[in-house]
Design a protein. Structure first.
Length: 197
């Protein structure tokens, strides 16, 4: 299995404050960088930030096994308590595919979302599905108390793939495929069929 990460590459809409980045920094830029102090933050309920994502690298024969979101966040400007936020993986039309709530504490934490093996509950992910993904973050579950903020410093989608070039996968004349290195001089990784099979 191989992994790649797709990051925010444009901001579709944003009602969160962008802070800690360079002057004029965008929400997608601070959520895609690795800087410790750049982040988006919200201090009221029902604030939404929505991003488009960079396209994954898709090669012939790649099978997409699963995806999940990963965020880095914390509850800011307070010494105690927590705040709940919601992360939604969406398609290119802003239709929610998967919704998940996360609790942010006063310590910076990396939160891994649930692995999602299908694009709609039954169909496998395709390169086209992943090329149109969006992600949104919102404070609809809870209003940060007092002067506190829900803060998110990084968000990305982890894409897990399986390279289909594993070669011919059947026994030949009683020899296990794992023990066959070549068929008629061709490496098994490049053999899809033997005599049409």
């Amino acid at each position: 299995m191989a992994q790649q990460f797709i990051n925010p590459d444009s901001t579709v809409s944003n009602s969160w404050e962008v802070t800690g980045g360079s002057a004029g920094a965008t929400a997608h830029a601070v959520c895609a960088d690795t800087a410790v102090f750049s982040r988006i933050r919200a201090n009221a309920q029902n604030k939404v930030c929505r991003f488009t994502l960079s396209n994954p690298i898709v090669t012939v024969g790649t099978t997409f096994e699963s995806i999940r979101h990963i965020i880095t966040g914390f509850k800011e400007n307070t010494r105690s308590g927590n705040v709940e936020i919601q992360v939604i993986i969406e398609n290119s039309s802003n239709v929610a595919l998967y919704t998940e709530n996360h609790t942010l504490t006063t310590s910076t934490q990396i939160i891994n979302g649930t692995l999602r093996t299908t694009s709609d509950g039954s169909a496998d992910w395709t390169g086209s599905d992943l090329s149109g993904l969006r992600v949104s973050i919102n404070t609809s579950p809870e209003d940060p108390d007092g002067t506190s903020y829900a803060a998110v410093g990084k968000i990305q989608i982890e894409v897990n793939t399986v390279d289909a070039s594993s070669g011919y996968g059947n026994d030949v004349m009683g020899v296990a495929s794992a023990n066959i290195e070549k068929v008629s001089g061709v490496a098994t990784a490049n053999v899809e069929k033997v005599i049409g099979v």
